[in-house]
Ligand binder design. Structure first.
Ligand code: C5P
Length: 232
């Protein structure tokens, strides 16, 4: 897959999501469905958006014992999404089980990527709450390497880490990066942000963009600006 802009559809209902997507006359942006929308509407929202012709990143961040994750992934594989994810903290055994569950009988499967350390976790909380003493950069690279060894396709990370992840895990290991803002935009609650153009330069494979598009006065123009900066 080439570089693409994934729009984070962080809406709480089907109606709000469809009203938003209806603005994109004739265009089919890659859509991220997260926990809020999935838990509100269930699998039918995935089927509906897929039927409208969008690619889908189903961002449910699974984390449980390997057998449970394997079975859950097997269910998700029938939803025909393009990307699924899980927490690398679930261990290599869990990631391998997830891949097995996700692989359909004909050998095809959605891409599977791992969350390393959440961007809401910092060095202090990692040390105090999780008792992980290594530098957070090292932890992220180690988790990325575990994901690669387990056979996953890439990780979710900050665009600031994308270059280093490619150095560690190879150019083909996908980096999917939220935390993107326009140079003249509002960072909101995101702390470490990058513009679409800078994310491209550093080697992100996909950028995940929410509010700069969903909250824009003209969401389609904002989406096209992202595409122009990141893909062209
Ligand atoms: O609105 P905004 O562009 O900040 O949205 C970013 C999206 O990426 C949200 O859906 C957020 O939950 C998700 N995300 C993130 N940071 C991570 C992982 C996911 O911002 N580390």
């Amino acid at each position: 897959m080439g570089k693409d802009v994934i729009v984070a559809c962080d809406f709480s209902s089907k109606e709000a999501t469809i009203a938003f997507l209806d603005k994109f006359q004739g265009k089919k942006p890659f859509v991220k469905i997260g926990m809020e929308l999935f838990y509100a509407e269930g699998p039918s929202i995935v089927r509906e958006i897929k039927a409208r012709g969008h690619k889908i990143f189903l961002d449910l961040k699974l984390h449980d014992i390997p057998n449970t994750v394997k079975k859950a992934m097997s269910v998700l594989s029938h939803l025909d999404v393009d990307i699924c994810n899980l927490h690398a903290a679930g261990t290599t055994a869990m990631m391998k089980a997830a891949l097995e569950g996700l692989t359909r009988e004909d050998g095809t499967r959605p891409l599977l990527i791992a969350v390393t350390q959440l961007t809401s976790t910092d060095q202090e909380s990692m040390e105090k709450d999780l008792l992980i003493k290594a530098p957070i950069d090292e932890v992220v690279m180690h988790y990325a390497q575990n994901a690669k060894n387990a056979g996953l396709d890439g990780i979710v990370c900050s665009p600031l880490e994308a270059g280093k992840v490619h150095d560690y895990c190879g150019k083909d290991f996908l980096t999917v990066t939220p935390g993107v803002r326009f140079a003249d935009g509002d960072a909101g609650d995101q702390k470490r942000v990058m513009t679409p153009a800078a994310a491209k330069a550093i080697g992100s494979d996909y950028i995940v963009v929410g509010r700069p598009i969903t909250a824009a006065e003209d969401p389609v123009a904002a989406y096209e600006r992202c595409v122009a900066e990141f893909c062209d």
